[in-house]
Design a protein. Structure first.
Length: 443
């Protein structure tokens, strides 16, 4: 029977735990352990060690478990069967990770569903070799960084997805802007993942997020980036969405055949020579206003009395002086009723189309008055146009509560303060109860 006299590490640097291939050892076998390693001797399923850096002689004197082998008649140097395990204590910084599938999130800024992916790298170091051998390695012939990465993939994926989703949704951070927070997010995820790995004797040396991005070929991403590029272009040209739409309508009408197209083509040519802004707001304004019904209809109108009032709701042409549309009954542009129905942005004063959730010029969210529809600042308590009280948010579920309602229609929480003595309703800000006169300073 062959006897091994020298045991030393012959494993790959990417291996975290390596078992010496032979189990036939001598009581005088020399065990060599490097500075970045630890060794354990396993006899009868029990770990003996650790053996630190240096040279060690495996004899019955320094291995109490094997003392019974002295009686075997081999001249005092009895061979024995045992396993030698090496643990690589060096730090490995090149373990890659990535989300196996995109995270479907609603961007809190642009209110659009976007798939989000994340990629990065982390480093580990074995901090408790015996715990690592007992809980992860077991009876495997070896254990490398790829195996470790596979073992922790499920934990990493769950916590990384949750952390990124919280950063985007709860903090109101747009997907397209989250890259500015990579360092903060990396530290947060490291603190969340480290305890999971320490339970198995593995220390998380570092954790880095290299990229949080979106698939460029996704339709939602293409639409969002196209809209942002268009808005940036309009900003450089000094126009807004409504002005650009007007230019598009005029350009389309100029390309149509017939009288309207010919006149509009001439008008567009004059506008380009005079400067687009001057042409649209100056001398050409009157001509364009007269031709608007023809443009909307898409055909030239006969000579004689021309309809000059266009319905802003259904775009139907109506006779001059008409107050309401003959097609849909809506108030016509220029009338008092139509002016009362106009809704403007509270930030940039741009006219906001009915039903819009955001201003087409500055993208500010619309906080519409339930009475007149006017846009108001988020913190406003009464409408800036009609003066009526605006709904307030429920302190419990954040649902909008109409004026005069005492209980939230969603969760049932009471919205008005009560007297601490008699329980009667007390007006907000009142110092004394109207029923019993009790002081309400604490309310």
């Amino acid at each position: 029977m062959a006897v091994i006299d020298l045991v030393k590490w012959n494993g790959n640097p990417s291996i975290l735990a390596w078992k010496f291939p032979s189990e036939e050892l001598s009581t005088w076998t020399q065990l060599i352990v490097n500075e970045t390693q630890e060794a354990y001797l396993v006899k009868g399923g029990v770990y003996q060690g650790p053996f630190g850096a240096g040279r060690h002689t495996l004899s019955t004197e320094n291995i109490p478990l094997l003392s019974s082998l002295i009686a075997i008649p081999f001249g005092g140097k009895s061979p024995f069967t045992a396993e030698v395990w090496y643990i690589n204590r060096a730090t490995n910084l090149d373990i890659r990770w990535g989300t196996p599938d995109p995270i479907q999130l609603q961007d809190p800024k642009y209110q659009i569903m976007i798939p989000v992916r994340a990629f990065g790298q982390y480093g580990i170091r074995i901090v408790d070799a015996k715990k690592f051998l007992l809980k992860l390695v077991g009876t495997l012939p070896g254990f490398d960084v790829n195996t470790l990465s596979d073992y922790f993939k499920g934990v990493f994926t769950t916590k990384i997805k949750t952390g990124i989703a919280n950063a985007i949704i709860k903090n109101g951070q747009s997907v397209l802007e989250i890259s500015t927070q990579l360092e903060i997010l990396s530290d947060m995820l490291k603190a969340s993942l480290a305890p999971e790995m320490e339970d198995y004797g593995v220390g998380l040396a570092q954790f880095n997020i290299h990229s949080i991005n979106v698939p460029e070929d996704d339709s939602a991403v293409i639409t969002l980036k196209s809209a942002l590029a268009r808005r940036a272009e309009m900003g450089l040209l000094g126009t807004n969405y409504q002005q650009q739409r007007s230019f598009d309508v005029l350009e389309t009408a100029a390309g149509n055949e017939g009288t309207a197209g010919g006149v509009m083509g001439a008008g567009m040519g004059m506008g380009m020579g005079m400067g687009m802004g001057m042409a649209m707001g100056g001398p050409m304004g009157g001509a364009f206003a007269q031709l608007t019904p023809q443009i909307q209809a898409g055909v030239a109108q006969p000579t004689g009395e021309q309809p000059q009032a266009v319905c802003p709701k259904c775009n139907a042409a109506n006779a001059s002086g008409t107050r309401f549309c003959g097609s849909c009954g809506g108030a016509l542009a220029g009338t008092t009723e139509a002016k009362q129905q106009v809704v403007t942005c509270d930030k940039c004063n741009t006219i906001i189309p009915k039903g819009s959730r955001f201003c087409p010029n500055c993208a500010d969210p619309v906080n519409a008055c339930p009475a007149c529809g006017e846009d108001n600042p988020t913190e406003a308590k009464q409408c800036r146009k009609c003066g009526k009280a605006l709904p307030v948010d429920c302190g419990n579920c954040k649902s909008a509560i109409p004026e005069g309602v005492k209980f939230c229609p969603e969760c049932g929480t009471k919205t008005t303060p009560s007297c601490k003595k008699c329980g009667s309703d007390v007006s907000s800000g009142a110092k004394f109860c109207n029923n019993c006169g009790e002081s309400q300073q604490a309310i």
